[in-house]
Design a protein around this ligand. Sequence first.
Ligand code: 76R
Length: 248
Amino acid sequence: MNEAAITLDGWYCLHDFRTMDWASWKMVSSDEREEATKELLNFLEKWGKAHDAKQGSHAIYSILGQKADFMIMLLRPTMEELNEIENAFNKTKFAEYTIPSYSYVSVVELSNYMAGKDSNPEENPHIQARLKPALPESKYVCFYPMNKKREGNDNWYMLSMDERREMMRSHGLIGRGYAGKVKQIITGSVGFDDWEWGVTLFSDDVLQFKKLVYEMRFDEVSARFGEFGSFFVGTLLTKNKIPQFLAV
Ligand code: 76R
């Protein structure tokens, strides 16, 4: 019997990681830099309108370490919109001074492991808010892609629904211990990108990422089945902070 978990899928998601080409950025005139910065801020203005109209959400984080300098996380109701935004952004003067370093394509996902049976998700405002989330303005972000293992006796996809549900229950309990400290958005990417899920965590206390991910490593579902890609961690870049971030 096919026991695939049933997913609810919400807004489409693009994580766009860029490195700044500071050498080129420094070489142009301050007028040109100002114009390029304005272009970026205009984009944010436009994205802000989509956010206000509840037609999407976005966040920009300055990424620590050499994997990238900043990340734009974008949510939209359709993949076409993400594609349009990506293309428009790539055509800006500002984008000429950025070098793509990583990207991730996925869709906000809730699975039915813990779902109550009686409610209609279309009419449940709590579920709708999770499927179409307004990204929090948390001080820190942590992003990584992950898989569930398919290897010998550790094959997640060969387990029964009941076995998986039991493990997800324990997973959820650990997660709930971080309620109010860490907000997580799970995005599914089977068929869209190289891993099966993207995990995006938000917190005002960066240490909570380490504590949560570490605690989960001891839980069966992560210990036996979790396979992880690169981790990215960064700090919030609000619109006000962008001129300072770009100042040379
Ligand atoms: O949706 C729910 O809140 C119900 C419980 C729940 C599910 C179904 C839940 C809770 N998660 C679910 C699904 Mn999760 N989660 C991760 C990671 O680093 C690691 O070891 C794993 C990365 C973290 C940190 C995390 C946090 N979760 C999933 C899935 C899909 C699995 C599938 O379908 O097979 C993945 C890949 C995944 C991974 N999870 C929570 C959290 C937290 C903090 C919670 C509690 C949320 C809350 O109660 O508010």
